[in-house]
Design a protein around this ligand. Sequence first.
Ligand SMILES: Cc1ncc(COP(=O)(O)O)c(C=O)c1O
Length: 332
Amino acid sequence: MSQGTIRAVADVESEEASRPPAHRRYFVYHEGEYVRYADVGLGLMTHAFSYGTACFEGVRAYWSPGTQQLNLFQARPHFERLARSAKILRMKLPHGPDEMVQIACEVLRRNGFRENSFIRPTLYKSAEEIGVRLTGVRDSFAVYALPFGDYVPVDHGLRCMVSSWRRISDESIPARAKISGSYINSALAKSEALDNGFDEAIVLTSNGHVSEGSAENLFIIRDGIVATPPVTDDILEGVTRAALIRIFREELGMTVTERSIDRTELYTCDELLLCGTAAQVSGVVEVDHRIIADGVVGPTTARLQSAYLAIVAGETPKYSDWLTPVYGSTDV
Ligand SMILES: Cc1ncc(COP(=O)(O)O)c(C=O)c1O
């Protein structure tokens, strides 16, 4: 390589390093306007930054190469949950669920994303002031989006540990609301799992029942029956969980029970899986060094995964109402 070529490579590298990350150029929705991410300019004193006083959602959009369409998956249930989280926090959303779905579509269109993407709507306490409370502090609403792939490995099974951290309870921070501050609980559990060489954490309720993963709901399969913790065991009432209950029943013809699950059932079940918007359908092959399903993703989990991926790809007409197309026939 000549001296000139070496200099050219170094120049390109330093140019790349000094360029702002791509997401700073994306369009977002903020305070009623579509603006560039970098132009939002949140202040250091923002209430939500100090106190975690915000609620949010994570929604996926899947690119379907067959139809050349980007589809939001289960968008309305996510915005309905955001409205419930807001109610718990005594916050006010400026838009109804249908309007928020349209805003999410517009953010994706303005960015021209034609690949799998993740959308993050957030309702947050935006006043720049000191004083921890929920009332009398201004709320703001924002939506941003970015291209997004897998959150956890989906091709091989996850190795999990039961966390030493317990799930926040409804009498301290309600887990059924997706509250920013409560994700410290998830972050502690996930970090402990990673520090100990595992992929993910499973968290117990304060009275010792299985609640959920750090950012996923959980299902076990025992003797052909599917079980998942009830909504009263301090879970986030997952959109994917509700979708999978229906797929288990209607596509796999299985019985699903919502009941409390003991820790040792994790060790002895036939199959175990975690699910969520980010994690999708992820089989678990090990918990606390006990091997599940011979150490490979079980056959029912594999069938569920295929059914789910076909639905999100728009290949199952029966579930087309779970998808919201982003691009109209005139958007090319
Ligand atoms: C704590 C927690 N549980 C469960 C889930 C799964 O919920 P959903 O399927 O609605 O994404 C999530 C993901 O947001 C989560 O953060």
